[in-house]
Design a protein around this ligand. Structure first.
Ligand SMILES: [Mg+2]
Length: 370
């Protein structure tokens, strides 16, 4: 079996409502679907979702990289030799993790379909058949708006991820307290600060974090202040997760070695693919650090990949961020994620188990709308 073509389809995708976190206001999303075809028929799909907070890749650059750098390396090669292909691509795809992640995903999907096994089987097998997911409450100036968003989700999820860091520390903590008061003590809450606090902000927040009942702080400090985070972790009786600080497997190794966090967020898109995410997970496990599966709120293809990744990890410290497609106005897969009792089932069909709806894909092609 040989790869015969690599196609990139940029999508016009948008969210049902504006989603604010960190420095981002997301109402549209510049996703790109990659399609890898073979001479024998099996085809694989991957999805890039480049977001500025993590990468300087853009929708146009992802398309260009797929056409000009990925296709020449892959065409004519056997897709079943995924690791040698990724190794060769790494030479010409530096600093393009989202592009690489889409290719890694498409190769896994393709080989899974060719062998008639789900992707998590290719990754070594599944530890679970369903993945617990959390809801998310974007940052808003209005505490009332955050409370309303949280209450809408409190029946669906046992855990909610909140966002802080954009406002004044005390005002942000007031908003988090308002959410806690509204949802009651039984909903697990953690907060993503997206590296927007200073060490002083974190010290100021310490006394209120336990009172609000936050179980975990995700990336409170920027990477440059990681040493402070290391010192402050010891004073916290909550978990600290590294997200923005872990963009490569080497970053994961540093976080684990220096004990900069108790949990590593393994988004496969930001890490350059599920293969890299698995390597990072193994390093974390070897160092006794927990892991969780994050995302950048992706559509069905990348989300299905996240579900297989989460299935293949022996332990997960927190629920996964894998309800992304529910935030989109459009869907690109025939199967949809469905949250039942706070969990999403791991797809069982061959490959990703989610099949791209070709008609929808072509309808959403951003080039048709230029
Ligand atoms: Mg995060």
């Amino acid at each position: 079996m040989k790869i015969s073509s690599v196609e990139a389809v940029p999508l016009l995708a948008s969210f049902k409502t504006m989603f604010r976190f960190g420095t981002s206001d997301r109402s549209a999303s510049p996703n790109v679907v990659v399609i890898i075809r073979t001479d024998e028929g099996p085809t694989g799909y991957g999805e890039a979702c480049p977001v500025p907070a993590f990468t300087s890749e853009t929708q146009n650059s992802v398309v260009e990289l797929l056409e000009e750098r990925v296709a020449p390396v892959l065409v004519g090669r056997d897709p079943r030799h995924r690791l040698p292909l990724l190794h060769d691509l790494a030479h010409s795809l530096t600093s393009a993790p989202f592009t690489l992640a889409a290719v890694d995903t498409a190769l896994l999907d393709l080989v899974g379909r060719a062998l008639d096994v789900p992707v998590h089987t290719l990754l070594g097998g599944g530890f679970r058949e369903r993945i617990e997911v959390h809801g998310s409450v974007g940052w808003d100036e209005s505490a009332g708006m955050m409370v309303e968003t949280a209450l809408k989700q409190a029946d669906t999820y046992r855990w909610l991820k909140l966002y802080a860091g954009r406002g004044d520390v005390d005002a942000d903590l007031d908003r988090l307290q308002a959410v806690r008061d509204a949802v009651g003590p039984d909903v697990g809450l953690f907060v993503d600060i997206n590296a927007m606090w200073t060490p002083s902000d974190l010290i100021r927040a310490l006394s209120r974090i336990e009172a609000i009942g936050l179980s975990m702080l995700e990336q409170p400090l920027p990477r440059t202040a990681a040493a402070y985070q290391y010192e402050l972790v010891g004073d916290l009786r909550v978990d600290v997760a590294a997200d923005e600080a872990v963009r490569t497997v080497a970053d994961a190794a540093e976080v684990v070695r220096e004990r900069l966090a108790t949990v590593v967020n393994l988004g496969h898109s930001k890490l350059g693919g599920p293969t890299a995410a698995l390597h990072a997970a193994q390093i974390a496990a070897a160092g006794g650090t927990g892991v969780m599966v994050g995302s950048v709120i992706e559509m069905g293809v990348a989300t299905a990949m996240g579900l297989h990744l989460a299935a293949a990890l022996p332990t997960l410290s927190y629920p996964s961020y894998l309800m992304g497609p529910l935030k989109y106005r459009q869907q690109i897969t025939e199967q949809q994620v469905e949250v039942i009792d706070g969990h999403i089932a791991v797809p069982e069909g061959p490959g990703l188990g989610f099949t791209v709806d070709e008609r929808e894909l072509r309808r959403l092609d951003a080039r048709r709308h230029c």
